[in-house]
Design a protein around this ligand. Structure first.
Ligand SMILES: [Zn+2]
Length: 211
């Protein structure tokens, strides 16, 4: 059985870092190992679901830090796709964007998709799903000026305003890396998603704007 990442992380952080970096293009045996880690992490966090152990939080915190460049790159690629294929905000959406303080509402594009894409990195995907951040039920996602909206939620003003609030946060914090670092950190720190300050701010803005 492959070593559990907690032990590697605690005793051999450099080795853990190297292994995580190697996993960006893994196949075969290493993919199996990641799957084994994923299962162990899932078992560890299964009960109680939203109270992962300190060790698991440490694993994800380290994983987020190491994988942040890959997450940012993935987010930027998704934004580019949305900017290419999406549609501009309509007049009322522009008004909403201005009222919540977006500096460049004209840059925003919305792309309606049957399912919100998930990051491909297996460890990251495991973390995102385990902490409730992303799932097949995710209805929207803001990648700075690119916003995904799931097809069956098209026309949901509250959802669009919520995602626009995240766009405003990207602007305020200074782009992909600073926003994603802060956002992912709050998601993996108890009480976790959706109780962190950035997510709660988006919920509050949607509430205030849409009533
Ligand atoms: Zn949100």
């Amino acid at each position: 059985m492959p070593p559990f990442p907690a032990e590697i992380l605690l005793r051999q952080p450099c080795k853990m870092k190297r292994r995580l970096c190697e996993t960006t293009s893994v196949t075969g045996e290493k993919r199996d190992q990641i799957q084994e880690w994923k299962l162990r992490i899932e078992a560890d966090t299964a009960a109680p679901f939203r109270q992962p152990t300190h060790t698991v939080i440490m694993i994800f915190r380290t994983a987020v830090r190491i994988l942040l460049p890959f997450v940012s790159s993935w987010a930027a690629k998704q934004e580019a796709i949305i900017l290419r294929d999406g549609v501009t905000l309509n007049d009322s959406q522009i008004a909403d964007a201005r009222s919540i303080g977006i500096a460049h509402p004209e840059r925003v594009r919305v792309l309606v998709v049957p399912r919100i894409p998930l990051p491909l990195h297996p460890l990251l995907q495991s973390a995102a799903e385990k902490f409730g951040l992303l799932s097949p039920h995710t209805s929207g996602m803001s990648l700075r000026y690119g916003i995904f909206i799931r097809t069956d939620c098209r026309g949901d003003r509250r959802l669009v305003v919520h995602e626009l609030a995240h766009t405003a946060q990207y602007e305020r914090l200074g782009g992909f890396r600073p926003f994603l670092m802060a956002y992912l950190h709050e998601c993996i720190t108890p009480p976790g998603y959706p109780f962190g300050p950035l997510e709660q701010e988006a919920v509050r803005i949607a509430q205030q704007t849409c009533g």
